[in-house]
Ligand binder design. Structure first.
Ligand SMILES: [Zn+2]
Length: 254
């Protein structure tokens, strides 16, 4: 009689999957977030007291990005973001009253003042910068204790266009000016709720000057002499392949 739902069950940033990376099937509870995908798919926080069912394990969602298709990862990240949003909006931010879940929309509603709190996405620009025909700017994040070199990225500020954000972030982080800013693609990134907007741009002028709190090193690298770069599955990886090998920015799952 009871219909089972496919469940994204999270414990912090870890997701419950079996040894084949398949999701569990569970009976839907009143507190579950429905993903509105047209079929029975829900998101749920694993209760602290709940035991992990036999045959299942918790896996960091970051690891799933390289194991799942983009569409699978995006649905999992959507589930995680909706749970986080609900957890962080238990009270009305206007008057402080305890909120209620809206019956049909993704909204937390105040019963007193009717203020609606919707999930929010943070736009974030990420830019691949080239110089001449065979050089790419790569930067090492000062907060990461790795040898990996990535791209310039940062949040869009209030009142700013995406192109202005690209120029500002580039000048702040590495002190150079860029031109011919062109949109490439986008990727939702659930840490915590970003939309990565990918651009390419060309170097115009300026010497590299590091913003030391953010960037520990940045250099123009020859295309055939790259350092360690971000992992396949990340938008940064696709952007680097796009400028070096003229690969399309679209989904590249086999
Ligand atoms: Zn209120």
């Amino acid at each position: 009689m009871s219909e089972l739902s496919l469940a994204y069950i999270f414990h912090h940033h870890q997701l419950l999957v079996d040894s084949q990376l398949q999701l569990p099937q569970v009976e839907k509870l009143a507190d579950d977030v429905s993903l509105h995908t047209g079929d029975q798919v829900i998101a749920r926080d694993l209760l602290e007291i709940a035991e992990i069912p036999a045959g299942y394990q918790l896996m960091p969602i970051r690891q799933l990005i390289s194991l799942w298709s983009t569409a699978e990862f995006e649905q999992a990240s959507r589930a995680m973001q909706l749970l986080e949003w609900r957890r962080n909006h238990k009270y009305c931010s206007h008057c402080g009253q305890v909120t209620q879940v809206h019956a049909t929309e993704y909204a937390m509603v105040c019963p007193d003042c009717a203020y609606h709190q919707y999930p929010r996405v943070q736009p974030c620009v990420i830019t691949v910068i080239t110089r001449g025909k065979d050089e790419i700017l790569l930067a090492k994040n000062a907060k990461n204790n790795t040898e990996m070199y990535g791209l310039i990225a940062g949040f869009v500020e209030v009142g700013e266009t995406l192109e202005e954000a690209v120029q500002r972030e580039t000048e702040e982080e590495v002190g150079i000016k860029v031109k011919n800013i062109q949109y490439l693609s986008s990727q939702p990134w659930p840490f915590p709720s970003n939309l990565m907007l990918a651009f390419k741009a060309e170097y115009v002028s300026g010497d590299i000057v590091l913003q030391e709190e953010e960037i520990s090193d940045a250099q123009f690298f020859k295309f055939d002499q790259l350092p360690e770069i971000p992992f396949a599955g990340s938008i940064a990886y696709r952007m680097i392949q796009h400028v070096i090998h003229q690969q399309a920015m679209t989904e590249q799952n086999d």
